[in-house]
Design a protein around this ligand. Structure first.
Ligand SMILES: [Zn+2]
Length: 418
């Protein structure tokens, strides 16, 4: 007599063996997909339609109950549309849907000469890795999610819950024509379980539930240029700029010093980074000084309050020195409230990582910037998870075949878990 648990685990073993059997098919499908560039119009591309149409053919015989298109109109591409695909498989329970969301678009390949293993759109397999632009980001997870369902369908296993695979456009450029378009169409419910396999670590132990806010700004200090032998005739913008930058650095670190062990690193970061060139000669006192800060802020802090501190200190230094200091924002992303560590999707994924990989999952936050943020913003819990070597956006990007296969096992076990 089997206990439910044993029966469950025997079923899982059958599914995993089936996924292993499908390894060659998975590799071939990934290679077919990455041959088709899906670059955003912002980067001179024609969008995702070619890749989406190939994908529609690939998923047509998997056994989905419904396949829908939710294309968004976009005049900038010749097809005038940005494709979004939803493929559903009905489960015993329809009260919650497990969504696995991956993106069709890729970033441009970048400098051609840096692609030394193969050309960006001519995939090759080498030492268990598939090299091509878009292989890891995000085609690997896309193919894993499709074959998780295919394996279950091949074995005639009824899903515990409805599973929907979502293949979206425009992730790399802000998701207006992708996940934001689908959220506007009200495809998602509060009870739904959202997985965005578009980030993670090399072992697959990291579950991302939170992100930091990001603030980039430029500080321009204007003084008066003069000969370095007579500094009293001018106003050294470089000195005032440095003094301001150091004082600001100190103020921000002191006032916003909280640590949150869920993040790596655990504290907010405030870094003076880029510095524009000033004068050409050593004997000139600079009349202008430009430097930049990159700040990554824990989500409980108010970005507005930090901005007002930055501007407040600039006006104090203006008064103190007579130089003009202006602060110009170049990027501001306010992090949504983190997904609760006790949300069902977090617990389900942790359970799958433990039982399939025998690893202790680590739940936490990192840089952010995936489709998950849009769900957190509307209070739907979402996790970012996958097993990746973090080759996204790099030359010689690759996907490990081992990760392609093993992540499918995690998705399949989430589809059939209680
Ligand atoms: Zn991505």
């Amino acid at each position: 007599m089997f206990t439910l648990n044993k029966r469950g685990s025997m079923q899982a073993q059958k599914v995993f063996a089936e996924i292993e059997e499908l390894k060659t098919d998975m590799t071939n499908v990934l290679m077919q997909l990455v041959r088709i560039p899906a670059i955003a119009p912002e980067n001179g591309g024609e969008g995702e339609l070619g890749k989406a149409e190939r994908l529609m053919q690939i998923i047509s015989d998997v056994g989905f109950d419904e396949i829908e298109r939710h294309d968004a109109a976009d005049e900038r591409v010749s097809s005038k549309k940005r494709p979004n695909i939803v493929a559903r498989c009905k489960g015993e329970s329809t009260k919650e849907t497990l969504w696995i969301i991956t993106h069709l678009d890729i970033v441009p390949p970048g400098e051609d000469s840096l692609w030394t293993v193969t050309k960006p759109f001519e995939p090759i397999v080498k030492e268990g890795k598939i090299y091509a632009r878009g292989s890891e980001d995000n085609t690997q997870s896309m193919v894993s999610s499709i074959f998780a369902i295919k394996a279950l369908k091949n074995l005639g296993i009824k899903l515990r819950r409805t599973v929907a695979l979502c293949f979206v456009a425009d992730e790399e450029q802000g998701s207006t024509y992708g996940i934001q378009h689908l959220i506007k169409r009200r495809l998602f419910k509060k009870e739904d379980l959202i997985v965005v396999p578009d980030g993670g670590n090399g072992t697959g132990s990291f579950v991302e539930i939170a992100e930091k806010s990001a603030l980039w700004f430029k500080v321009r200090t204007l003084g008066k240029q003069t000969h370095a032998s007579r500094p009293g005739d001018g106003l050294n913008a470089h000195r005032v700029g440095m003094e301001y930058a150091l004082a600001l650095d100190k103020l921000l670190h002191k006032k916003y010093a909280a640590k949150d062990k869920h993040f790596d690193p655990p504290e907010s970061t405030f870094e003076p980074t880029k510095k524009d060139k000033n004068v050409d000669a050593v004997n000139i006192v600079p009349g202008e000084d430009v430097s930049y800060f990159d700040c990554r802020i824990l989500p409980h802090y108010s970005v507005e309050e930090i901005l007002s501190d930055i501007n407040g200190l600039a006006s104090a230094y203006r008064q103190k020195t007579g130089a003009k200091i202006s602060v110009e924002l170049t990027q501001k992303t306010v992090a949504p409230k983190p997904t609760d560590v006790t949300a069902k999707i977090v617990l389900m994924l942790e359970e799958a990582i433990k039982s399939v990989r025998h690893l202790k999952p680590k739940v936490g936050g990192i840089g952010g910037g995936t489709c998950a943020a849009f769900f957190r913003r509307i209070d739907i819990p979402a996790v970012v998870w996958s097993t990746v070597d973090e080759m996204a956006h790099q030359p010689n990007e690759y996907a490990k075949i081992e990760n392609l296969v093993n992540d499918a096992k995690i998705f399949a076990s989430m589809a059939i878990s209680p």
